[in-house]
Design a protein around this ligand. Structure first.
Ligand code: ZN
Length: 632
C-alpha cells in the first residue's frame, strides 16, 4: 500500500474536519457552518461512509480529507499529506521527501547540534554555570555521564544563543524553526532557554531533534521542552534511546521511566536499557520504536495512583493502531480516588478503560514495576542499585498488576465485591488475544472469587459476543467504512488518466473533463498538473514525490493496442463514465441532505435551493444517459 493510501486509511475525515469546525451528527452525515464561506445556516456536510465532504452553499465544492486540509490551511498536496501523516503517526519515507525539505531538516539537526555543543561548553566552563554544576554534583553525576548525555547550561540572556549561532551562519528563521528562539507579538525574538539546565534529546541515530530543560530554582514550570518542529515530535521521542538502544536489543528488555534524571542515573549505574517517555504518558509511536528493539517492556510506576495512571495511560491516536500495538491502561475505580474525578475525567477514564489493559500483541510482554512510595527510579538507584535490580526482577505482567489494582481494598468474601471484580476483570481477560494466556487469567479469576471456571467461561463468551456486536453497532466502524470507501482506488479515474498519459494526443478530446471528476486526491493532483504540462518528465518534477509511485503505475499500466479512432472512442467513454460517477455521487449526497433538511424543518428557501441544485444535477445526468445511448 502506498503511503498516501496508508494516510487515507488512518486519517478519518470526521476526526480531521472536527479539529477545525464543530460538527453535529445528523443522520448518517455530519454538518457544520461552512469554514470556507460565511453563512448562518449550515450547508457544509461530511460523509463518513464516503470519507468525503461537500458544501451545498456558496462554495458548492467538496472533496476528500486531503482537499479539505489543502483548502483550509492553504497548502499544497504534498504539505497536506505530510501534515496528516504526522498527525496519524505515519512516517513518510525519506526517499519521498523533496530535496529542499531534506536539506531543511538536515539544517535543523545541525543548528540543534551546534546549540547542544554551545550549551555543553557553557556547563563545563562558564562561571555562570556554577549552580548547575553544583546541582549535578549533588545528584552524584560523574563527568563522564555529563559528557555522555551532553548536558548543558543556558545563560540568563535574551540573545546569547541567538548571537552565537547567527555568527556561525544560521539564520534567525532557522533558529525559530528549530524552536531555539521565540518570536514575540512585536516581531522581536529572544532565546527560548534561559538560565536552565539543558538535556539534549537525541534520536536513535544520534541526531538532536530537540531539548528538554529544567529550572535551577523553585520557579515554575520546572521543565520545558522544545516545541513541535519539523524534526521534533515529543510524542515519538524517547529520552536516552541513543544510548539505550544497543542494551535494549542485547538484553531484550526495555525499561521505561518518567524523568530525564531517572535515565541518567540508571545509565551511570550500568542499567543501560532505560529510556524515558517524554511526559506523563507513553504513546503508540514510542511503543512502536521500542518494539523494534525488544519484546519485553517494563514500566516503572510510582506507587501513588496519580503516577500509575499517568504512566500507563496510552495516548489514543487512532483506534486501528490500538489493535496492533501494546496498550496498557490502568484500571482505576473513580470512587476510590481522592480527590474524586469530575464528570469529564470519569468519561475520559471510561474511554481509556475500554481500551483495556494489555490488549496486546502476542509477541510483546508488558510488565509493571512498582516503585516504593514517594520515590522515583533516580532515588532508588542512588540509594541501592541492588534494590532496583530486585524491583526489575519482581516486575510482573500488566494483567496481574491490573488484578491487584482492581481487588485491592475489596472484600472478596462478599457477593457484592465478587461480582464487582468479575465485572471489571472479565472484559479485560476477553481482550487478551493469546488463548493460553487468556485461559491462565480465567483460572486465576475463578480461584480469586471462588466461582467455577465454567461459569466464568460462559460469561466470557457473552462478553466476546457483545464486543463483536458492539463493534458492528459503532456509529463509525472505521475498518468497515474504510473498506467501503471509494477513495482508495478508482478504476475509472485511473483508466482515464492512463489513456491520457500514454497518449498525449488525446488532450484535444478533454473538453468536458473537469478536475472535480477526479475524487481521488492523487488522480486529481495528476490531472491538474497534466492540464498545465503534458511532458512526462516535467510533469514528474511538478508533482510531489509521494505521488510519483502512483504516476508510474498509470504510465506503465498496460493498455490494449488501438487505432487512433478506437482510442478516441475509448477515451470518450471514460469521460462519460467519470461524469456520470461524479453526478451520481453528487446527487446521492444532495438527496441525503435534502431528506435531513425536510425532516429538521429547513427553511423553504434552502429547500428550494437544494431542489434547484438537484434538478440541475438530474438534467446533467439525463444528458449523460442520452449520450451513452447514442453511443450504443
Ligand atoms: Zn461553503
Amino acid at each position: 500500500m502506498s503511503v498516501i493510501d496508508e494516510v487515507k486509511q488512518r486519517a478519518d475525515i470526521v476526526e480531521v474536519v472536527s479539529q477545525y469546525v464543530s460538527l453535529t451528527k445528523s443522520g448518517r452525515t455530519f454538518r457544520a457552518l461552512c469554514p470556507f464561506h460565511s453563512e448562518k445556516h449550515p450547508s457544509f456536510f461530511v460523509y463518513p461512509e464516503r470519507q468525503s465532504w461537500h458544501c451545498f452553499g456558496a462554495c458548492n465544492a467538496g472533496g476528500d480529507v486531503f482537499s479539505f486540509i489543502m483548502k483550509k490551511q492553504g497548502i499544497d498536496f504534498g504539505e497536506a499529506l505530510r501534515l496528516l501523516a504526522e498527525r496519524v503517526g505515519i512516517a513518510i519515507p525519506s526517499r519521498l521527501e523533496p530535496e529542499a525539505r531534506k536539506d531543511e531538516r538536515e539544517r535543523l539537526y545541525q543548528v540543534n547540534a551546534a546549540a547542544a555543543q554551545y550549551f555543553h561548553n557553557l556547563l563545563l566552563n562558564s562561571p555562570a554555570a556554577k549552580k548547575a554544576r553544583d546541582y549535578l554534583a549533588r545528584r552524584g553525576l560523574l563527568p563522564k555521564t555529563i559528557s555522555d548525555f551532553q548536558l548543558g547550561f543556558s545563560l540568563n540572556s535574551r540573545n546569547a544563543l541567538k548571537q552565537y549561532l547567527m555568527e556561525r551562519g544560521y539564520s534567525e528563521g532557522e533558529l525559530e524553526q528549530a524552536g531555539l528562539i521565540i518570536r514575540q507579538d512585536d516581531g522581536k525574538t529572544h532565546d527560548r532557554f534561559r538560565n536552565k539546565l539543558l538535556f539534549p534529546i537525541l534520536d536513535i541515530r544520534g541526531r538532536v531533534p530537540g531539548f528538554g530543560a529544567r529550572v535551577l530554582d523553585d520557579s515554575l514550570p520546572k521543565y520545558i521542552n522544545s516545541p513541535q518542529t519539523p524534526v521534533f515530535d515529543k510524542s515519538s521521542s524517547l529520552y536516552g534511546i541513543n544510548l539505550a538502544a544497543a542494551a535494549i536489543r542485547q538484553q531484550d528488555m526495555a525499561v521505561i521511566v518518567e524523568g530525564y534524571t531517572d535515565v541518567i542515573t540508571a545509565h551511570q549505574n550500568g542499567f543501560n536499557n532505560v529510556v524515558a517517555s517524554m511526559g506523563t504518558s507513553i504513546t503508540e509511536k514510542q511503543v512502536s520504536v521500542l518494539k523494534k528493539l525488544s519484546k519485553i517492556m517494563i514500566f516503572a510506576l510510582d506507587a501513588d495512583a496519580a503516577g500509575v495512571e499517568a504512566m500507563l495511560r496510552v495516548e489514543k491516536t487512532s483506534t486501528e493502531a490500538l489493535d496492533k500495538d501494546v496498550v496498557a491502561v490502568p484500571y482505576r475505580d473513580p470512587s476510590r480516588l481522592s480527590p474524586p474525578l469530575n464528570e469529564a475525567q470519569v468519561r475520559q477514564d471510561q474511554k481509556h478503560q475500554k481500551i483495556i489493559a494489555y490488549v496486546g500483541v502476542p509477541d510483546v510482554e508488558v510488565k509493571v514495576l512498582t516503585l516504593p512510595s514517594g520515590k522515583d527510579p533516580d532515588d532508588v538507584i542512588r540509594e541501592d542499585t541492588k534494590a532496583w535490580q530486585n524491583l526489575l526482577e519482581q516486575a510482573f505482567p500488566v494483567v496481574d498488576y491490573t488484578f491487584d489494582m482492581v481487588t485491592s481494598g475489596l472484600d472478596l468474601t462478599t457477593a457484592k465485591d465478587k461480582s464487582l471484580v468479575v465485572d471489571k476483570l472479565l472484559p479485560i481477560i476477553a481482550e487478551i488475544k493469546d488463548m493460553v494466556r487468556q485461559a491462565h487469567y480465567l483460572q486465576k479469576l475463578a480461584r480469586l472469587v471462588k466461582v467455577s471456571e465454567r461459569n466464568l467461561e460462559a460469561a466470557l463468551g457473552k462478553i466476546r459476543a457483545s464486543q463483536v456486536r458492539g463493534k458492528v453497532k459503532e456509529p463509525l466502524p472505521k475498518s468497515v467504512t474504510r473498506r467501503l470507501s471509494p477513495l482508495l482506488s478508482s478504476p475509472v479515474e485511473e483508466g482515464c488518466l492512463a489513456w491520457l498519459l500514454q497518449h498525449p494526443e488525446l488532450k484535444t478530446h478533454c473538453q468536458g473533463l473537469l478536475a472535480e471528476y477526479f475524487e481521488n486526491s492523487e488522480n486529481h493532483e495528476i490531472f491538474l498538473a497534466w492540464q498545465q504540462i503534458d511532458n512526462l518528465s516535467s510533469l514528474k518534477e511538478k508533482l510531489d514525490a509521494a505521488v510519483h509511485e502512483h504516476l508510474d503505475s498509470l504510465v506503465t499500466k498496460s493498455l490494449p493496442p488501438t487505432t487512433q479512432a478506437e482510442r478516441e472512442d475509448v477515451f470518450a467513454s471514460y469521460v462519460l463514465r467519470l461524469r456520470e460517477k461524479f453526478l451520481r455521487s453528487l446527487a446521492a449526497k444532495r438527496e441525503e441532505v435534502l431528506a435531513l433538511e425536510a425532516e429538521s424543518g429547513g427553511t423553504a428557501a434552502e429547500l428550494a435551493k437544494l431542489k434547484e441544485q438537484g434538478v440541475e444535477v438530474n438534467v446533467q445526468l439525463g444528458e449523460v444517459f442520452a449520450q451513452k445511448s447514442r453511443r450504443r
